[in-house]
Design a protein around this ligand. Sequence first.
Ligand code: MSP
Length: 654
Amino acid sequence: MKKNFYLTTPIYYPSDNLHIGHTYCTVASDCIKRFKELEGYNVFFTTGSDEHGQKIATKASEAGMEPKEYVDKIVANIKKLWEMLDIKYDAFIRSTDPRHEKDVQDIFQKLYDKGDIYKGEYEGYYCTPCESFWTEAQLNENHTCPDCGRPTQLTKEESYFFRLSKYKDRLLDLLQNNDEFTEPAFRKNELIRNFIESDEGLEDLSVSRSSLDWGVRVPFDEKHVIYVWIDALICYLSAIGYGDDKEKFESFWPADVHLVGKEIFRFHALIWPALLMALDLPLPKKIFGHGWILFDNDKMSKSKGNVIYPEPIIKLYGVDALKYFLLREFSFGSDGSFSKEKFMQRLNSDLANDLGNLLSRTVAMAIKYNEGIIEDKGVKDGPDDDLKDLALSVKGKVEEAMEHFRFNVCLEEIWKLIRRSNKYVDETEPWILAKDESKKNRLNTVLYNLSESLRIISILINPFIANTSKEIRRQLGLEEEISWEDAKVWGLIKKAKVNKGEVIFPRLDIKKEILRLDEENAKLMEERAISKKAEEKEEKNAKAFKDEIALDDFNKLDIRLALVESVEDHPNADRLYLLNLKIGNTKRQIVSNIKDKYTKEELTGKKILVLCNLKAHKFRGIESQGMLLACEDEDGKLSIASTLADIKDGAIIS
Ligand code: MSP
């Protein structure tokens, strides 16, 4: 039977569209999922959105929207992004899912009943962007948040507390004596120093807010909503059926690894295990705290205008280029700096020059010199064994590096084989062999060895860049299905016929491409701004309903259908018409400023609705005895109001 493996990303705040930093962790998780599946595990991979809390409530109100309405829109974009990136998640958990909310309430109740949650009063500082509580001593000197450096708010309110302090010794023991639990190792030392052994020690944690509405209610106290971090962490349980699918839950819990960014490592390596201890549940096997992607060495932030979004990169260079860059360029445990130049350079050197070139020259030579046939004719020579030995050694190295999520090391090892294979072409010089009929069999073997090497490469790169893996196999004439074990066997191709294909990664003119990428990024920003503006406008329109009135008030309006008998220009005003109307037995004249919207011919003979008892008013010397009714949409399109059926003039609106 297959062994289960449970893997999670954090659930992202849908306070804004996700940037490349958020994408990083999801791409890494997806790679682990694919790798573990190839290794034969039954993997469950969850991601999701963290939709409650002050930060979202504020963002939604700034946009003039209800929180749920606001997050729905961003969550749709997040899902679209994961689809674009071909992320193979098994569950997308939203913290507003009723199933999840119920689990959160049940767990809160359980901990309260057990005495691990109690009521008290909280006084301290709250950082809304981080949704974190701080004591005065923990703050920076200017009272800003020690994590993000932004201002905090002094908060004093009745609150429920979780007895975090009760678990101090067990947590210390866990961190100090279980090396598997946290990775990279240096993160846990920081944690022990700053949070357990600091002057303040490990204090009980405020786990409810009475000053906030947007959250899961404390089940036994309607005044309070549950602290967003408690709510969020429980997603790891609800995503696999904590409250409603016992069998599934028990087959996947405890998680094999939670991948999290370094700033939220603390929540996962301290608060999360303490909560699980209180619930008597097994602890996750590993919390991996990855580094941040910076932009030109600075933290990405919208206000600094240095945010890189993944969509334009995917659009211009494809999913695999982005995945490859993220996994190859950075060392997962540490910070790294994104730059467009670095991205283009990697594409050119590793994907176009090394891998792309190896594939295209192998396929082209097979077609040119051998009618596309790949078949070993057994004529071995000098560098063959060297190539084969290296090829067979890579699988083990990848497996070893993947134990610690060293994606960059895996790719480095695979690329050694790619470069060795390119060198093999230079060493064996197939173009010279092709000129000599007596060397035909040797030529066959050389092409065969290159194809075998590429076959192994196609397996090894599969968890990282699956589309490219597929395309290599297609061009080599191999079946799509792969087996990880086949990366350790030489000589599996019996006979194949290659298929000519497109260049998989064209070389880029870096300067030009940077401009193109900037343009694409600007386009995306503009589109998002336009759709935001349109929504704001819609919102405004919807909100513009006037105060309620009584029927009596409406009955005061005398609106009748009038026949436009003729239309004249106003003698003293360029933009006004005089409309001569027949309303039943009476005649009236009104002045109207619709000259730029309707011609006289368009109006004459039409029946229109007119407010007849509006106090008469003179416009440039001519009295208007009423007002026609019209409406205008947000694009400035105007239409005079009329009735659906052609009925007699003089009819009264009621
Ligand atoms: N909602 C919480 C997580 C709750 S999990 C139970 C949260 N959300 S977040 O949207 O702010 O961040 C989600 C993840 O994105 C974090 O792991 C964070 O480190 C990661 N990243 C955000 N910006 C990043 C970079 N620039 N680089 C790498 N990862 C970064 O925290």
